[in-house]
Design a protein. Structure first.
Length: 367
């Protein structure tokens, strides 16, 4: 699939006119922009769908379909379509200093280095609740993280009535897993009774010891002031107040290089199998060959080195958060906003997000 993804990237890149290429192409060495990412409805950087032709939209989706598994592509497409649903929930008003606050055409594509070259290059696709990053060298994918998917609303009413739940497996499998634990195992797994208001790693390019969830206003390319800035601050204060989160809660849930929670070493074989099923929701977002490369890092011994952390209530409808962490693997999930109808999920590689220290390798190989 690397070959078909590269071909799709080149087809899209070659379709850009000069103005589009100026917007969508960055130097691979522009590490500040290359490692910048968001999941809020902000400018994600690069060329937005709104400034592309319908033909180019097709090319973007072809690129996504070659990079992702079938389930991954359908989920991403559904999340993008939720912008229309969210617009209705918000009352079809203009927000965030733009004509349409929730807009399925405000998803951006960026290339770092040319896909026509055979050395290091990467591409990024992002918009509200989607942030995908693929780094390549010599025609091979070397990194597929960070990989963020969110859903707001997490549950939408369909005809029937049925519910549209793009990230249902990330929620349901984790709840089934926490319910499968013995009372003794739960003591280790449930680190805090109160969940954070957001994923702890937020949109940081790298995680550091003691990191905690960031205020919503910090997860934007532009920092708002005036009435909009005040409104965002009130939203954050209301979210914190609803959870009654304290400084101690933040410390308990802060990032640590030594994983917190229940070690998979203390799980039964059946429970480790259930944990692996949960991880498939994250690693199997990408194409089969890319996912196989990631699964190769998770031998049975490596699975035993993982830890599972839960915070918040364990029953449906209660605000909750979980984390799966190993030496490299870092998965986060939260559902604490909009009355537990707003999910964030992310899969990261603590050593190889954005390809790790590929810039040093790039200079070594080029000079």
């Amino acid at each position: 699939m690397s070959r078909s993804m590269i071909d799709a990237a080149r087809e899209l890149f070659n379709s850009f006119d000069n103005a589009q290429r100026t917007r969508g192409l960055f130097d691979f060495t522009d590490i500040n922009e290359r490692k910048k990412w968001f999941y809020t409805p902000t400018n994600h950087g690069g060329l937005p769908l709104a400034e592309m032709s319908s033909r180019q939209h097709r090319m973007v989706h072809k690129l996504l379909a070659t990079a992702l598994s079938e389930g991954g592509y359908v989920t991403v497409s559904t999340i993008m379509g939720l912008e229309n649903v969210l617009d209705r929930l918000d009352g079809f008003v203009a927000e965030f200093e733009r004509e349409r606050g929730r807009d399925p055409l405000l998803y951006w594509i960026s290339f770092f280095g040319s896909p026509l070259d055979n050395g290091y290059w990467s591409w990024r696709f992002g918009g509200h609740h989607v942030s995908l990053h693929f780094t390549l060298n010599a025609g091979e994918i070397i990194s597929t993280t960070p990989c963020f998917l969110g859903a707001d609303p997490a549950n939408s009413l369909l005809l029937g009535p049925h519910l549209l739940r793009p990230l249902a497996a990330a929620e349901d499998l984790a709840r089934e897993f926490i319910h499968s634990l013995t009372a003794e195992q739960r003591i280790s797994a449930v680190v805090n009774t109160v969940p954070p208001t957001d994923i702890v790693g937020a949109n940081r390019s790298a995680l550091s010891e003691g990191d905690t969830a960031l205020p919503m206003s910090d997860i934007w390319r532009k920092q708002f002031d005036g009435a909009l800035g005040d409104a965002m601050q009130k939203i954050q204060m209301r979210a914190d107040a609803e959870l009654s989160i304290t400084a101690e809660d933040l410390r308990n849930l802060s990032f640590s290089r030594v994983p917190k929670g229940l070690s998979a070493h203390h799980l039964t074989n059946s429970q480790r199998g259930d944990l692996k099923e949960l991880l498939k929701v994250y690693l199997n977002r990408v194409s089969d060959d890319a996912a196989d490369r990631e699964w190769a890092k998770l031998s049975d011994d490596k699975i035993q080195e993982l830890s599972f952390l839960w915070a918040g209530g364990t029953e449906k409808g209660q605000p909750h958060y979980y984390r799966v962490q190993g030496t490299r693997l870092f998965v986060e999930y939260d559902n604490t906003q909009r009355g537990t109808n707003h999910i964030h999920t992310v899969w990261r590689d603590l050593e190889n997000d954005f390809g790790g220290d590929v810039l040093a390798n790039h200079y070594t190989n080029e000079h």
